[in-house]
Design a protein around this ligand. Structure first.
Ligand code: SF4
Length: 195
């Protein structure tokens, strides 16, 4: 099976507890005004990769935390379930997923692939981004988004969710840099001007 991917990054620390492997899927139909990753919206963007190859990268990283964001991860629920199962067969990895769906919408879809994927997660951050509700708090883009524990693995993260200011981190590579985390609106505007 293949995944359509926007990006991946090993060693991230601002999208969940500890040092994690980050994976951003490609394709999202919502077009939320103010989306910080508009390049991840087109379904024909990004690149395709075999699930096996991405699983190998995650396993080789040695990380015990995996954060999946998008794009919309649930549109690739079956492939992501396969990916997580392959990694968990080697290591007990903790999984956080950022989704534009609410958990009520996921359950209402009644799609077995969605439910299987949900059951592989330890925590989801749910709901679309609403620019007017961007309050600058940690872990989320806007205050409608909730941290929903599927297991108790990340209880500490859940209890601190939305209580502090945000932090982001930058990765430099030759003449380019990338940012991981959820920036404040002001920082995002400044970064857009740099592009
Ligand atoms: S759901 Fe997320 S990825 Fe999709 S448009 Fe909204 S903010 Fe962007």
């Amino acid at each position: 099976m293949n995944l359509r991917i926007h990006a991946f990054k090993d060693g991230i620390t601002k999208l969940g507890p500890g040092v994690r492997f980050g994976l951003w899927t490609q394709g999202c139909p919502r077009k939320c005004p103010g989306c910080m990753t508009p390049d991840s919206q087109p379904f024909n963007g990004g690149f395709e990769a075999e699930v096996d190859k991405i699983a190998e990268k995650i396993i080789a990283s040695g990380r015990i935390g995996l954060t999946i964001s998008g794009g919309e991860p649930f549109f690739q629920a079956a492939a992501l379930t396969e990916l997580i199962e392959k990694v968990k067969a080697v290591r007990d990895v903790g999984v956080i997923v950022y989704t534009g769906y609410t958990i009520e919408e996921i359950n209402a879809c009644n799609d077995p692939n969605y439910i299987k994927f949900l059951n592989e997660c330890d925590l989801i951050i749910d709901g679309r981004y609403i620019d007017e509700l961007n309050d600058g708090k940690n872990g989320r883009g806007s205050s409608n988004q909730r941290a929903i524990a599927i297991t108790d693995r990340y209880n500490n993260f859940v209890s601190e969710f939305g209580t502090k200011s945000r932090e982001v981190e930058f990765f430099y590579k030759e003449d380019s840099f990338s940012m991981v985390g959820i920036p404040s609106k002001e920082m995002l505007e400044r970064l857009k001007k740099l592009k």
